[in-house]
Design a protein around this ligand. Structure first.
Ligand SMILES: Nc1ncnc2c1ncn2[C@@H]1O[C@H](COP(=O)(O)OP(=O)(O)OP(=O)(O)O)[C@@H](O)[C@H]1O
Length: 240
């Protein structure tokens, strides 16, 4: 379980997070939505320890996620980066097995990488390709295989469908939902894509003006006024 309490973060005196309270239960899939520039990535960075909050607390399994607890947390988390973010100079399997190779022989790490690639719909022939040889959808799948390579108990998905056409986006959403369900991992997804929210999320939290303006079940979001307003704005943006 991850619990964020009273999180504040400013840059150059400009508040971005102005008191964020958010809880993600064990095995729950939470989507964080919000307009561009509302601080979704900053929130994620604070949880990962890449940004230091000005005020507030982040608990993991009931313990403060401080310097002492972070290595254990980082060893148990997986992440699908926006744009997949594969290392150009490593083959696909080396990307997938990046963390595994630090603690097991290559032959074993490769076998696990091939197994994870199969889970995301990529055959063994992709293992020795370079990232530049992959299509956008394949790269996203390879990034997903890397995110789950170490059987994480917490997975972050940063804009998982960015850059994909609607059909590929739906396939990635379905894959993510399947993986989250079968592994029982806690999932946090940052997205603008409401199809992703519907496919992946159990719960959705709307970040607005530095705070969580609404937090509830995905099934309830269509009738929630703050969400309706956000969805309306999204439609307006898409229509222009
Ligand atoms: N290191 C930094 N230094 C200064 N300002 C920053 C820094 N990181 C983020 N910000 C500012 O914080 C605000 C929120 O940024 P953030 O990237 O979290 O938004 P976001 O909600 O993830 O946006 P998007 O949906 O477009 O990715 C922005 O105004 C951004 O310029």
């Amino acid at each position: 379980m991850i619990q964020v309490t009273g999180l504040r973060k400013s840059f150059g005196g400009k508040p971005v997070l102005a008191g964020v309270d958010l809880t993600v239960g064990q095995g729950e899939s939470l989507c964080v939505i919000g307009q561009s520039g509302t601080g979704k990535s900053v929130l994620l960075k604070c949880i990962l320890g890449l940004a230091v909050p000005d005020v507030g607390q982040i608990l993991w399994q009931g313990r403060p996620l401080d310097r002492a607890a972070r290595p254990d947390f980082l060893a148990r988390f997986g992440m699908l980066f926006q744009g997949a973010a594969l290392f150009d100079s490593l083959t696909v399997w080396q990307n997938v097995a990046f963390r595994l190779r630090q603690r097991m022989p290559d032959r074993k790490a490769r076998a696990i990488a091939v197994e994870k690639l199969a889970r995301v719909g990529l055959g063994p022939e992709t293992a020795d390709l370079m990232p530049a040889e992959l299509s956008g959808g394949m790269a996203k799948r390879a990034g997903l295989a890397r995110a789950i390579a170490d059987d994480p108990s917490v997975i972050f998905f940063d804009e998982p469908t960015t850059g994909l056409d609607p059909i590929r986006a739906r396939r990635i959403n379905d894959l993510i939902r399947g993986i989250v369900t079968e592994t029982g991992a806690t999932a946090i997804t940052i997205t603008h894509d409401m199809d992703s929210v519907r496919a992946i999320g159990d719960r959705v939290a709307l970040l607005q003006d530095g705070r969580i303006a609404w937090d509830g079940a995905v099934a309830a979001m269509d009738s929630a006024p703050p969400l309706a307003e956000f969805l309306g704005r999204t439609c307006d943006i898409n229509a222009t």
